[in-house]
Design a protein around this ligand. Structure first.
Ligand code: GDP
Ligand code: MG
Length: 178
């Protein structure tokens, strides 16, 4: 009965400009640590983690980009069949907010069934920054996303909350096709 192959597999993709903290956030949630010297990886970079969504155990497959975001070279294959997308911006990088629409468009054009998209505003440990205020973020970008979370891969604040919300929406999304 507890055979692993029976666990629902849910694909969650991480998107956002290079440097917003996708790899750091994923590592914080799956490995519980943060390293400022983490190198940008070449090639596929995936992590998995089992969690409970209510009473149901599911296996989350996280897809992290391997630097392709710099070259706008992400293939539709990357986002295809995603059950939820976490799209990141960083509080100290206004441009990472201004390009959010690009990532939303990529998902809309590549996915037959468009998954829930969650905005994760990362690096909230950086208090002295010049990009958008939280109120501006909510009003300008809220309508593009199913929800918004504020997090810091560096301190861990908000990280579990945002991934668990992603797991819930991925589970509900996948159930809507079965
Ligand atoms: P990616 O390109 O989106 O995968 O971003 P990385 O995870 O490689 O992070 C880019 C840089 O931002 C690295 O120097 C990280 O140490 C740093 N970083 C990531 N998350 C945070 C955070 O929450 N707070 C702070 N202060 N720095 C962070
Ligand atoms: Mg990375």
């Amino acid at each position: 009965m507890n055979n692993e192959v029976d666990l629902p597999h849910l694909k969650i993709v991480l998107l956002g400009n290079s440097g917003v903290g996708k790899t750091s956030l994923m590592n914080r949630w799956t490995a519980g640590k943060f390293s400022t010297s983490a190198k940008s990886t070449v090639g596929a970079n995936h992590q998995r983690k089992k969690v409970f969504v209510g009473r149901d155990e599911v296996e989350i497959f996280l897809w992290d980009t391997a630097g392709q975001e710099q070259f706008q070279a992400l293939t539709p294959l990357y986002v295809r069949n995603a059950a939820t997308a976490l799209i990141l911006a960083a509080v100290d990088d206004a441009n990472s907010f201004d390009t959010l629409q690009t990532w939303v468009d990529l998902i809309n054009s590549a996915c037959e069934h468009v998954p829930p998209m969650i905005l994760v505003v990362n690096k909230i440990d950086i208090v002295d920054h010049t990009s958008y205020s939280n109120e501006e973020i909510e009003s300008r970008f809220g309508p593009m996303f199913s929800s918004i979370f504020f997090a810091s891969a560096a301190t861990g604040e908000g990280v579990d909350t945002c991934f668990m919300q992603a797991a819930h929406s991925a589970f509900n999304f996948s159930k809507s096709f079965t």
